[in-house]
Design a protein around this ligand. Structure first.
Ligand SMILES: Nc1ncnc2c1ncn2[C@@H]1O[C@H](COP(=O)(O)OP(=O)(O)O)[C@@H](O)[C@H]1O
Ligand SMILES: [Mg+2]
Length: 304
């Protein structure tokens, strides 16, 4: 399960999910693309499924309790879609344990890869997908506003994970306090918070450090125009280390390419209609890195 988030709208999350899913499916994996952006669902359009008969909204609203029945076929063999359409405005993801159960239910879907497209913003439900996934991709574009939102998203995800990991009430309160950036203790970064927790409670300190190690976001820079834009991924990685004490990976980048807009107009992934474009080359590179880190090639016959 790979969740794709990043805070800002328009950076290319849906584009990335549609294209990585298409590459992995063409490589012989069974892939399901999931549109968790119920308010701005458009993955179905990127994948040429104009009117999906079922969607994640049916699952969230309880109309379809079996997640295995949600995927619908796309024109690409091996790639199916859980659309995000038909959500009513008042439809909200359930809270707490029921939400976790719901998200875990998606894992029962028989597939090699589940790619989840998260909406913009730091909604708790998006953070939960991000934290529950095996890989969390943070997409950013080389613009200050996008970089800012990517950090805000990472920070929110990190603190959410931390609050779920810690047991002692006192330390949880300390974390809640530290999340306010003007807190009176002068805790400015998660790393400073770790020092404070360690001083107070060594077992919680150890849990905290463990949580930091387990949090390993993957950075993708999209719409790259220059060598300087490419380097952005490295600087985000080093800020993650200094600020969060977290090792992020720079998974890759995708160039800005006119073929992308053209492919969207055709409602098809760019890797399908312009496989030799620059964007397609970089997208395949990222997809293959993901399949390698997930443990190799598809099973013969396509069922695993
Ligand atoms: N690599 C790229 N090259 C050119 N245009 C791109 C690229 N990536 C995204 N875009 C443009 O940005 C728009 C927003 O992408 P989208 O995937 O919908 O963003 P998000 O899902 O993050 O809101 C697309 O409609 C497309 O026109
Ligand atoms: Mg989108």
């Amino acid at each position: 399960m790979i969740a794709v988030g990043g805070g800002k709208g328009g950076v290319g999350k849906s584009f990335l999910v549609a294209n990585l899913a298409a590459v992995l499916a063409r490589d012989g994996f069974r892939v399901v693309a999931v549109d968790a952006d119920l308010e701005g669902a458009n993955l179905h359009t990127c994948l040429s499924v104009p009117a999906p008969p079922r969607s994640l909204a049916d699952f969230v609203a309880g109309r379809e309790p079996d997640p295995v029945k949600l995927p619908v076929e796309t024109p690409i063999p091996g790639l199916s879609l859980i659309a995000g359409t038909h959500a009513h405005l008042e439809l909200a993801h359930p809270e707490g344990a029921r939400r976790t159960a719901l998200l875990r239910g998606l894992r029962r879907i028989p597939a090699d890869f589940l790619l989840v497209d998260l909406g913009a913003g730091n909604e708790p439900v998006f953070l939960d997908y991000f934290l529950l996934a095996d890989e969390g991709l943070v997409v950013l574009a080389p613009e200050p506003t996008s970089v800012e939102n990517a950090y805000a998203f990472l920070r929110a995800a990190f603190y959410r994970r931390l609050r779920l990991a810690l047991r002692s009430h006192g330390v949880q309160e300390l974390v809640a306090e530290a999340m306010d950036q003007r807190n009176e203790r002068g805790i400015r970064t998660p790393l400073e918070l770790l020092r404070e927790v360690e001083a107070r409670d060594s077992r919680e300190g150890a849990r905290f450090a463990e949580t930091m190690r387990a949090f390993r976001p993957q950075i993708v820079v999209n719409q790259v125009r220059s060598a300087r834009d490419v380097k952005l991924g490295y600087s985000v990685r080093s800020v993650c280390r200094r600020y969060f004490g977290v090792d992020a990976d720079y998974l890759g980048y995708v160039s800005e390419d006119p073929a992308v807009r053209e492919s969207l107009r055709a409602r098809r992934p760019v890797v399908e209609i312009h496989p030799r474009s620059d964007a397609a080359i970089y997208l395949r590179r990222i997809a293959r890195k993901l399949s390698r880190s997930a443990g190799g090639g598809p099973a013969v016959g396509g069922s695993r």
